[in-house]
Design a protein around this ligand. Structure first.
Ligand code: ADP
Length: 207
């Protein structure tokens, strides 16, 4: 199973991605968590990215893409698939990850989209902030992340739809119900020969 997850902040991407990874025995590559770990360890990279994250803006792509490239290369070496959570977040990133994955013969079989409305996303992130103390889970930063999602991330869905690998699931349902639905759909994908689900189409102009 090789998949990318596209969803608004607060949609439950991280939770579902981790369950999917466990179910299929594949690595969960979460760009936000990788970046946060650098911030927490106060590495040089962490000091570079902290401001972007605290403001709810995107970290420069050369930094994130390097992490993604390394993680995909490790998955390839281990002979496994992956769940990529948090990347791509822009049409340009969709192009970059496609190229990196194509070089490794590891392009995604599935792009999973969890649909959720903005008010529910805000509600969930505010309740999470009490438990997790994420510095980017304040209401103004949450609103900025959501706006950025609508402006630059959502358009990526059209491209995956064109590639015929987009799956959409209702993210408003209770978390276990979402997992059940997602795994049901992914089992169908697993059972389908790759040639049927990932037709080779040229990469459209994305930026
Ligand atoms: P959420 O989906 O709730 O916004 P993430 O943990 O996925 O949370 O991301 C947190 C932050 O990490 C983002 O607001 C951004 O600053 C940074 N980040 C994560 N992924 C990327 C990416 N692909 N490109 C640029 N910045 C990213």
């Amino acid at each position: 199973m090789r998949m990318v997850m596209i969803a608004a902040p607060g949609a439950g991407k991280g939770t579902q991605a981790s369950r999917i990874a466990t179910h299929f025995g594949i690595p969960h590559i979460a760009t936000g968590s990788l970046l946060r770990s650098h911030v927490e360890r106060d590495t040089r990279l962490g000091r570079t990215v902290r401001g972007y994250m605290d403001r709810g803006t995107l970290v420069p792509d050369r930094i994130v893409l390097r992490m993604v490239r390394r993680a995909l290369t490790e998955a390839k070496a281990a002979g496994v698939g992956y769940v990529l959570d948090g990347y791509p977040r822009t049409p340009a990133q969709a192009g970059s990850v496609y190229q990196v994955a194509a070089e490794l013969e590891m392009t995604a079989d599935v792009a999973l989209h969890l649909e959720i409305d903005d008010e529910e996303a805000v509600r969930r992130m505010l309740s999470r902030s009490a438990a997790e103390h994420r510095t980017d889970d304040t209401e103004s930063v949450i609103r900025r992340r959501l706006a950025l999602y609508h402006e630059v991330t959502r358009p990526v869905l059209d491209w995956y739809a064109e590639r015929r690998i987009l799956l959409c699931v209702d993210g408003m349902a209770p978390v276990d119900a979402v997992t059940a639905r997602v795994l049901e759909l992914l089992e169908v994908v697993e059972a389908t020969p790759p040639v049927d689900r990932a037709p080779k189409i040229p990469l459209p102009a994305l930026v």
